[in-house]
Design a protein around this ligand. Structure first.
Ligand SMILES: C=C(O[C@@H]1C=C(C(=O)O)C=C[C@H]1O)C(=O)O
Length: 388
């Protein structure tokens, strides 16, 4: 299938209101699409199904699934992508006299009271920016995202029940391959200004350390032994026009019974329950931060800061064809793979309304106006493909 045929195929599926997802993993030259043949709604209950999962921030809400079985699967090349049609030319909305700024600043101030009193250690506060773009074309935006952000996880999801979502996210929630898993602690933000050799203030270092420590503690509580966990040094990573601090965490899923004490969860489901939502998108203590977010943010995050990605897909691994392997017919090993990402730097499209979702981690040392500016900077990731 050529590039044009592929994007046309997505456009047709969308025009027929049929669910689909198309995505490309960070740094890869090809992507995958799953196209449902009916508009039926499928949910993932225990994260044991095979397919693509799309889960909201609030883990009490349903997780959508496009099952692998029964869906059309397409592999598409992304290395030589060309720009398609121009979107209708739209000017970026003016930042002057923005009532959203006052609202966000006062939200951050109200959190600061709780952070200074010690009731909260960290809370991630966000907002939604709505822009009217008549004739906006999700498939064309997807093509631009693929081209603009080769190092991100880029996807286009559509379901009549959730509407269109797109993102170019830098954050992995969980990768599982065989019995190995990977995750990351990503937090702290500054603008990229031509170099990744930058200084970080204590505020950002602290904020990121909260995330690393909490992930390690929660993995341990979920039954992963600390001896099985490796963590990298903290390093600076680039995501679009931004820099973040990052620690990579890898480990082994225990071969013995692995489940959260006093819960039915096991395997991928137990690891996700231990991780999501991490303090990179929620806060500390988790329960109190989540309560604050749900009651004070004043809008519904829906799938922003939720997670999404491949669930339990079979991966064929081509081993070298040594004579012995060929004789044993063992040169093709089959592994199950899960690759879940945090839904950041994302937008939702419903008719002509585009909603961009952006947030940032607040600690007792946060400056409310700087936090607003950080959300403005983060909104550029999506605006870059929306506006000329
Ligand atoms: C919440 C967002 O990003 C998260 C928050 C960050 C921060 O507070 O510095 C950095 C990366 C992400 O973990 C977002 O992009 O909306």
């Amino acid at each position: 299938m050529t590039e044009e045929q592929f994007f046309d195929r997505l456009g047709k599926q969308y025009a027929q209101n049929l669910p689909f997802v198309a995505y490309r993993k960070p740094g890869e030259n090809s992507g995958t699409a799953f196209l449902q043949k009916s508009a039926e709604i499928f949910y993932s209950e225990e994260l044991t199904e095979k397919g693509f999962v799309f889960a909201p921030f609030d883990d009490k809400e349903q997780k959508f699934l496009i099952p692998e079985k029964g869906s059309e699967k397409i592999i598409f090349e992304t290395s030589g992508l060309t720009s398609g049609e121009e979107n209708p030319s739209v000017d970026a909305p003016s930042e002057a006299d923005n009532p959203a700024k006052e609202e966000h600043v006062s939200l951050v101030k109200s959190a600061l009271e709780k952070l200074k009193s010690g009731e909260l250690e960290k809370v991630v506060l966000s907002r939604k920016e709505e822009i009217n773009i008549p004739g906006v074309d999700p498939v064309e935006l997807f093509r631009r995202l693929l081209k603009t952000y080769p190092a991100a996880f880029v996807y286009l999801w559509y379901h009549p029940a959730t509407k269109v979502w797109l993102a170019a996210t830098p954050e992995t929630l969980l990768k599982v391959e065989g019995n190995r898993f990977k995750t990351m602690a990503l937090a702290g933000t500054q603008k990229y200004q031509g170099t990744t050799e930058v200084e970080w203030r204590d505020k950002e270092k602290q904020e990121q350390l909260f995330v690393t420590d909490s992930i390690l503690k929660n993995l341990e509580k979920a039954g992963v032994s600390t001896e099985e966990i490796q963590r990298s040094e903290v390093y600076t990573t680039k995501a679009g026009n931004l820099l973040h601090l990052r620690t990579d965490i890898t480990g082994q899923i225990p071969s013995t019974k692995f489940q959260i004490p006093n819960s039915e969860k096991a395997g991928v489901n137990a690891l996700v329950a231990a991780l999501h939502p991490t303090p990179a998108v929620c806060g500390l203590p988790k329960k109190k931060a989540k309560e604050f977010i749900l009651s004070e943010e004043g809008y519904d995050r829906e799938f922003y800061t939720g997670f999404l990605g491949e669930l339990n897909l079979q991966k064929n691994i081509q081993r070298s064809r040594t004579r012995r392997n060929v004789e044993n017919l063992a040169y093709r090993a089959v592994k199950q793979e899960t690759a879940l990402y945090v839904n950041l730097r994302c937008m939702k499209i419903e008719d002509d309304t585009v909603s961009i979702f952006v947030g940032g981690g607040i600690t007792k040392d946060s400056d409310p106006v700087a936090e607003w500016e950080e959300t403005v900077n983060k909104s550029q990731t999506m605006k870059k493909v929306l506006f000329k």
